[in-house]
Design a protein around this ligand. Structure first.
Ligand code: NAD
Ligand code: DAU
Length: 329
C-alpha cells in the first residue's frame, strides 16, 4: 500500500511509519512542516519519501497525495500548555489544515484516517467514554481537535469520502518531545532538576505505549468501517504523582526533586476510554504500563544523542516561560 502520512516526523507519526515500512512493506510519503516537535532524525533509520510542507498548503498537499491509497493525518500542534499560551497555530493546523487535506482526499478519491485524541470527550470522574459520548473539549487544543473530528465526519456524510477517526489515550515511549509529562520528568530526573507536578498531582491519565497505538491505527485503517470513529485506550490508568514517583525509582533520582507547582488552567481531572469497538476488530494493547515505562526510561538513558540537541536549543526558552514562575511561586 502507498500511504501519505502527514505529521510523520513527530512522535507517534514516526513510530507509525517505522511500523508500516518494517512490518507491512508499505511505501510511505511523509508530509511534515517540521515544527519544533518534528524532526527528520526521528525517521533516520526508515526508508521513506519526505516532503517538507504544511497541511494547510493546498498545492503541496495535492502533489504529495498523488498515487496514495490512503492518507493518515497525525499533523497537529499537540501540547495543551502551548495551546493555552498561544492558540493560533492550533486553529490553523487543526481547522484549516484538516479541511485542506479533506478537500484534496475528496478530489483524489483517497481514503482518509484522522488521528484524534481522548481529550475531545473532556474529563470524566468515573467510568469511560464510548464513541457515542458527546464531545465536550476543555482546552484550545482539544476544542480544535474536536472541530477537526466533526469536519471529518461531515465529509463522510455529505460527500461520501471514506473516512475513519482513531481517538487515542495518552501515549508514551521513545522519541516523545520532552514537553510532555513522561519525557520531561525522565530528563529532569537524569539532570537533577525539579520535577514539577501540577496542582495536587491526582489527575489520572490512561497510558498507551506508542507502538500499540501505531498498530491500532494500522488495524483501523485495514478493518474499520467507513464513517466510524474508534477509541484506542491504554491498558492501565495512573495518577500523575504515581507516574513521577515511579520515574524517581527507575532513574534513582533524589525524591526531594518532586515539586508541586501552580496548576494548569482548566486542567482535566481524568481521561478514560472504552475500547471495545476496536477490540472487536481484533486489536489489543500488548504493553502494560509498568514494563513500558521501564523500557521508555531505558530508551532515554541510552539515547542522549536524540535529546541533547533539544535540551540545549530553543527548548530552554520554552521551559523558562512555562516553568520559571510556576516553580518559583
Ligand atoms: P508531535 O507534536 O510529536 O508531532 C506532530 C507532528 O506534526 C510534528 O512532526 C510536526 O512538525 C507536524 N506538524 C505540525 N503542524 C503541522 C502542519 N500544519 N503541517 C504539517 N505538519 C505539521 O505529536 P504526537 O504526540 O506525535 O501526536 C500526533 C497526533 O496524535 C496528533 O494529531 C495528536 O493530536 C494525536 N494524539 C496524540 C496523543 C499523545 O499522547 N501524544 C494521544 C492521542 C492522540
Ligand atoms: O490524552 C491524549 C493527550 O495526551 C494528547 O491528545 C495530547 O497531545 C498530549 O499532549 C496529552 O495531553 P495531556 O495534557 O494529558 O499530556 P501532558 O503530558 O501535557 O500532561 C499529562 C498530565 O501531567 C496532565 O495531567 C498534566 C500533568 N503535568 C504535565 C506536565 C508537562 C504535570 O503535572 N507536570 C508537567 O510538567
Amino acid at each position: 500500500m502507498r500511504l501519505l502520512v502527514c505529521g510523520g516526523a513527530g512522535f507517534i507519526g514516526s513510530n507509525f511509519v517505522r511500523e508500516r515500512v518494517r512490518d507491512h512493506g508499505d511505501a510511505v510519503v511523509v508530509l511534515d512542516k517540521l515544527t519544533y516537535a518534528g524532526r527528520r532524525e526521528n525517521l533516520r533509520d526508515v526508508e521513506h519519501e519526505f516532503v517538507h510542507g504544511a497541511i494547510e498548503d493546498p498545492e503541496v498537499v495535492t502533489a504529495a497525495m498523488e498515487g496514495a491509497d490512503a492518507v493518515v493525518n497525525f499533523a497537529a500542534e499537540t501540547h495543551v500548555d502551548r495551546s493555552i499560551a498561544e492558540p493560533d497555530a492550533f486553529v490553523t493546523t487543526h481547522a484549516l489544515g484538516t479541511w485542506v487535506l479533506l478537500e484534496a482526499a475528496r478530489a483524489a478519491g483517497v481514503r482518509y484516517l484522522q488521528v484524534s485524541t481522548d481529550e475531545v470527550y473532556g474529563s470524566i470522574e468515573e467510568g469511560s467514554f464510548t464513541e457515542s459520548s458527546p464531545l465536550q473539549p476543555s482546552s484550545p487544543y482539544s476544542a480544535t481537535k474536536a472541530g477537526a473530528d466533526l469536519l471529518v465526519a461531515s465529509y463522510f456524510h455529505t460527500y461520501g469520502l471514506q473516512t475513519l477517526i482513531c481517538r487515542g489515550s495518552n501515549n508514551y515511549g521513545p522519541r516523545q518531545y520532552p514537553e510532555k509529562l513522561i519525557p520531561l520528568m525522565v530528563l529532569n530526573a537524569l539532570h537533577g532538576d525539579p520535577l514539577p507536578v501540577y496542582g495536587d498531582g491526582m489527575q489520572v491519565r490512561n497510558w498507551l505505549y506508542v507502538e500499540d497505538f501505531a498498530r491500532g491505527i494500522g488495524h483501523v485503517l485495514a478493518h474499520g468501517a467507513p464513517g466510524e470513529a474508534y477509541n484506542v485506550g491504554g491498558p492501565d490508568e495512573c495518577p500523575n504523582i504515581e507516574v513521577v514517583q515511579r520515574i524517581i525509582e527507575l532513574t534513582g533520582a533524589d525524591p526531594s526533586l518532586l515539586t508541586f507547582v501552580k496548576d494548569r488552567p482548566g486542567h482535566d481531572r481524568r481521561y478514560s476510554l472504552a475500547s471495545e469497538k476496536v477490540r472487536a476488530l481484533g486489536w489489543e494493547a500488548q504493553v502494560r504500563f509498568a514494563g513500558g515505562l521501564e523500557q521508555t526510561v531505558a530508551w532515554y538513558q541510552d539515547n542522549r544523542a536524540w535529546w541533547e540537541p533539544i535540551r540545549s536549543g530553543d527548548y530552554r526558552a520554552y521551559y523558562e516561560r512555562q516553568y520559571g514562575s510556576r516553580i518559583a511561586d
